[in-house]
Design a protein around this ligand. Structure first.
Ligand code: NAP
Length: 289
């Protein structure tokens, strides 16, 4: 089967690209190794996507999928891409903290997804590591289940958006521990405590779970050829989202850019679809002459 456009990844960027390519009458297929939604599925409530004052991440993902399908996008979820000859992968994976105990207790108290695992920690005290939007937002979310959530951050201030910080600070179940570097996670069968260093003093915080939100690294496992990227591994593109490889566009969280929002991912997907459409048309025109 041959397609005009193949989209790898079914997050908001891929789904927007799929909607636009389908509407422009290109033969497009979207592949995702899991269910549709990408990082949307790691978010309980979305409150900053214009037009949706408050919507479940999973619901927004379903709506985006249905919308693109309606216009003829072929969607194949649960279909992992093994290799791309001319590559481009729009997935990201969580960054590991890299402290003793993290790998050992993964799935036994250490988690990278509050929406997926939060309910397992009803009535327990939890630690969240990180100081960005994800740590603060997900930490606050975890208070639905946990009796207390400690946000442990290495700097003297959180770097999340003020609205998220305010919400967390106003939640009596949240306590922020600043200037503290997590050094290890300990336990028996399951996590029992997190060890951190504050002003040269090592401290032990008894918790039933540790949620780690220290950013993402782009998953470039499928990339079999060189594509220009920044020092963090995020793919560099032009204003049309095309990478350094002709015919490959990078969109969403995998792209080097200022912020990672659903709205910017959707914008990336839209731009790439328009550019890809022009590119495919030029190839078809050239083949005819
Ligand atoms: P992020 O913005 O990169 O923040 C990562 C946090 O983890 C930073 O506070 C960083 O500390 C800390 N960190 C990194 N490596 C660490 C280490 N080895 N040890 C201890 N701490 C470490 O990542 P994110 O919060 O996952 O967010 C990713 C992107 O998604 C961002 O663009 C964010 O805006 C977006 N996002 C948006 C929303 C929303 O709008 N509601 C929600 C979630 C995520 P430093 O501060 O010291 O660097």
């Amino acid at each position: 089967m041959s397609y005009d456009v193949i989209i790898v990844g079914g997050g908001p960027a891929g789904l927007a690209a799929g909607l636009y390519t389908a509407r422009m009458d290109l033969k497009a297929v979207l592949l995702d190794r899991g269910p549709l939604g990408g990082q949307l599925l790691n978010t309980e409530l979305v409150e900053d996507y214009p037009g949706f004052e408050s919507v479940l991440g999973s619901e927004l993902a379903t709506k985006m999928g249905e919308h693109a399908r309606k216009f003829g996008l072929e969607i194949r979820d649960f279909e992992p891409v093994k290799e791309i000859e001319l590559e481009g992968n729009t997935k990201v994976v969580p960054r590991y903290l890299g402290v003793p105990g993290e790998k050992e207790f993964w799935g036994r108290g250490v988690s990278y997804c509050a929406v997926c695992d939060g309910a397992f920690f009803k009535g327990q005290e939890l630690a969240v590591v990180g100081g960005g939007d994800a740590a603060v937002e997900e930490g606050e979310f975890l208070t639905r289940y946990a009796s207390k959530v400690y946000i442990v951050h290495r700097r003297n201030e959180l770097r999340a958006q003020p609205i998220l910080i305010d919400r967390a600070r106003n939640n009596p179940k949240v306590e922020v521990i600043l200037e503290s570097a997590v050094k290890g996670i300990t336990g028996n069968e399951k996590v029992q405590s997190v060890r951190y260093e504050q002003a040269g003093v090592t401290k032990e915080l008894p918790v039933g779970g540790v949620f780690i939100f220290v950013g993402f690294v782009p998953n470039s496992g499928l990339l079999k050829m060189h594509v220009d990227h920044d020092e963090g591994g995020y793919i560099l593109t032009g204003r049309d989202m095309q990478t350094s490889v002709e015919g490959i566009w990078a969109v969403g969280d995998v792209r080097s850019q200022l912020t990672k929002q659903i709205s910017t991912a959707v914008g990336d997907g839209t731009t790439a679809a328009v550019a890809a459409s022009a590119y495919v048309t030029s190839l078809k025109d050239a083949a005819r002459t």
